[in-house]
Design a protein around this ligand. Structure first.
Ligand SMILES: Nc1ncnc2c1ncn2[C@@H]1O[C@H](COP(=O)(O)OP(=O)(O)O)[C@@H](O)[C@H]1O
Ligand SMILES: [Mg+2]
Length: 390
């Protein structure tokens, strides 16, 4: 494999040595149900960490790992969430219970047939769960569905004397789940927390990028998972790891590496992307790297960032732009934008919660993503920046 934009694991996975060691040691311990909450910016490498944890734990006989991403849901309904979770857990247990059929095929099978296929005593739990999924009515209470899904791993874990590690990626998006067109996310989070407290054979690792919703779920003292999970913030790669990643596939000088490191601020997605573009060049010089970075900003930047920027409110866009232009204090921003400081502070709080802005010091705000910042100052078409309807 060469440079990639997909999550990485195994040989392609760089660094995070201590975190991985700690997580794997804790999670493989059958007496522990301690779990983890990973948070960090988009593109920083959270999914890769979960996949690498899964790869390492897959080598343990008595540990069953389930990777589940809330972003894979299509309808974002509670029923879909529960259905998929149930199937994924059963699927992960297949080798442990000696199930030859895929869970997704079994739910398509008529009940009469199912009874024959899953006749053995060893498969009674699987039969019951699949029957529940197949026969459930459209109006089955969401709470019952959820409780059922969350208890499958406990039942199968007890039966097979294994521990289940449930990895839920993009966990905060649970907040958007709907049932009969009503948002039920908060109740779902509370329910998961309650069930989690009673688990003996199962533990939970979650990850999330959007700070405000991660707050809602895990980080703030009023959130359901507060102090329930070990929280780890995922940081960018250091220069030595950017070096390792680049020199794996490229013949690149020290000053070239430094250029990519400074451009990417160690965010692995950008390093991989620039690496991928450089792969196609014959000779890599400082000039060619700068050209590639510019090309990245114009072509990819317009795809990646334009929509993101457009999704912000007009005031938020103005503030993001003024920070990019070098105004870091709310007072300066108030002058530039022509608004009251109290308003500026309110919008800065929104931007911080959305993960665009950080407060570095008292009265000093910076943009979180330096590549986005460069795109704002160098590429964003003047017309789009000015054409803001306030
Ligand atoms: N430890 C790592 N080593 C090498 N590349 C990585 C690492 N972590 C992430 N990446 C790369 O960064 C990009 C984003 O990774 P991903 O795990 O999807 O991040 P997130 O889930 O935080 O958005 C991908 O291109 C991936 O290949
Ligand atoms: Mg991810």
């Amino acid at each position: 494999m060469k440079f990639t934009l997909q999550p990485v694991k195994g040989k392609e996975f760089i660094n995070r040595t201590e975190l991985l060691k700690e997580m794997v040691e804790e999670l493989r311990d059958k007496r522990s149900t301690t779990g983890y909450a990973l948070y960090g910016k988009r593109r920083i490498g959270k999914t890769s960490i979960l996949k690498e944890v899964q790869r390492r734990l897959d080598q343990e006989e008595e540990i069953v790992v389930v990777y589940y991403s809330v972003w894979d849901l299509i309808e974002s309904t509670l029923a879909e969430f529960c259905h998929r979770l149930s199937l994924d857990i059963i699927e992960a247990y297949r080798p442990h219970v000696g199930l030859t059929y895929r869970a997704s095929e079994l739910v398509q099978t008529p009940l009469s047939m199912l009874r024959k296929l899953l006749g053995e005593a060893q498969l009674t739990i699987v039969y019951n769960e699949i029957e529940f999924l197949v026969t459930r009515k459209k109006d089955t209470d969401g709470g019952i569905l959820l409780e059922n899904a969350l208890n499958i791993s406990e039942k199968l874990g007890k039966k097979t004397d294994t521990k289940c590690v449930l990895l839920i990626d993009e966990f905060p998006s649970i907040i958007d789940l709907k049932s009969n067109n009503v948002k039920v996310g908060e109740a779902v989070l509370r329910k998961i927390r309650t069930v989690f407290e009673g688990w003996e054979q199962t533990t939970l690792c979650i990850s999330g990028s959007i700070r405000s919703t991660m707050n809602l779920a895990v980080l703030s003292s009023s959130s359901p998972f507060y102090r329930q999970l070990i929280v780890k913030e995922i940081a960018p790669l250091k220069q030595e790891h950017v070096t390792e990643l680049l020199t794996q596939h490229l013949d690149i000088s020290q000053e070239g590496i430094k250029e990519v490191y400074e451009f990417s601020a160690g965010i692995p997605f950008y390093v991989q992307f620039i690496g991928k573009m450089l792969e196609r060049r014959d000779k890599i010089t400082l000039d060619s790297i700068r050209n590639v970075e510019h090309e990245f900003l114009t072509e990819e930047g317009n795809i990646l960032f334009k929509e993101e920027f457009g999704s912000l409110g007009p005031k938020e866009r103005l503030l993001v732009l003024s920070i990019a232009k070098g105004y870091h204090a709310p007072k300066e921003m108030a002058n530039v934008v022509g608004d009251k400081i109290s308003n500026i502070n309110r919008f800065l709080t929104y931007l911080t919660e959305k993960g665009y802005v950080s407060k570095e010091d008292k009265g000093h705000y910076v943009l979180d993503d330096p590549v986005f910042e460069r795109w704002l100052t160098e590429i964003l078409p003047e017309a789009d920046a000015v054409d803001i309807d306030i």
